[in-house]
Ligand binder design. Structure first.
Ligand SMILES: *[C@@H]1O[C@H](CO)[C@@H](O)[C@H](O)[C@H]1NC(C)=O
Ligand SMILES: *[C@@H]1O[C@H](CO)[C@@H](O)[C@H](O)[C@H]1NC(C)=O
Ligand SMILES: *[C@@H]1O[C@H](CO)[C@@H](O)[C@H](O)[C@H]1NC(C)=O
Length: 217
């Protein structure tokens, strides 16, 4: 929950890519050992409900960041309920950043995204219990500095990208986020610690183990 003290994790997620399904599930990579943090540069982010908060509001908590999906198929938004479960963990906060750069799967206006989650995918009245922010770009020349930083800090998980026709940014770089529901884990101090393949379930044993490690250290 926001307001938790203790562990700060940053987990960034990207959307589900049918082309990459069943590949690299559970894969993750390490991040550099560095004193640099996501709080070194101050940023304000606006949540989908209109409230603007400084990123530093999340210092000392565990954060998970996700991208919302709208048009993706194959149950692309199956990960959302699992993020709700992670958000319930002590000191963990999930931060969701919708992005439309992968297969144009997030075409909706910011004002539509929560309604899409509620009524379409995953639907059934679903409501994220964690902050979802306005759309941003994570790759390419207009990538948000937060994501540039996270990509700089962590090794790529896979070099397998979707076909170029489905990547809506330029230039394509080797350390790009490969698809929606890609995730980064950030510790309490704001240091990037892990990077996870987009198909890694939010509640995968390996993710929970990484979170436990941060909770206990
Ligand atoms: C964030 O918002 C606060 C309050 O409006 C403002 O004082 C501050 O300059 C903003 N910071 C950035 C980096 O935009
Ligand atoms: C938006 O959500 C945040 C986090 O749940 C909450 O603190 C804030 O009051 C909400 N803003 C509005 C306008 O509902
Ligand atoms: C969120 O999704 C957008 C596009 O769907 C993507 O560009 C962005 O990288 C994702 N966020 C993260 C942290 O991967």
């Amino acid at each position: 929950m926001m307001g938790h003290t203790g562990v700060a994790l940053a987990l960034v997620v990207a959307l589900f890519c049918p082309a990459l399904a069943h590949r690299a599930i559970g894969e993750r990579s390490k991040c550099v050992s560095s004193s640099r943090t996501i709080y070194d540069t101050p940023f304000n982010f606006t949540m989908l409900n209109g409230t603007t908060v400084p990123l530093s509001k999340f210092r000392g908590e565990i954060h998970i960041t996700i991208n919302a999906t709208y048009l993706s198929t194959h149950g692309a938004n199956w990960q959302y309920p699992l993020f709700n479960a992670l958000q319930e963990l002590e000191g963990v906060t999930v931060l969701g950043f919708p992005c439309n750069q992968f297969g144009l799967q997030e075409p909706g206006a910011n004002s539509e995204i929560l309604k899409i989650l509620e009524h379409v995918r995953p639907g059934g009245g679903f409501q994220p219990n964690f902050p979802m922010f306005e759309k941003l770009e994570v790759n390419g020349e207009n990538a948000h500095p937060l994501f540039k930083f996270l990509k700089d800090q962590c090794n790529v998980v896979t070099s397998q990208f979707a076909p170029k026709a489905r990547l809506f940014y330029e230039p394509i770089q080797p350390n790009d986020i490969e698809w929606n529901f890609h995730k980064f884990l950030v510790d309490q101090e704001g240091r990037a610690r892990r990077r996870y393949h987009h198909n890694t379930p939010p509640d995968a044993a390996i993710v929970r183990k990484d979170i436990r490690f941060l909770q206990n250290n």
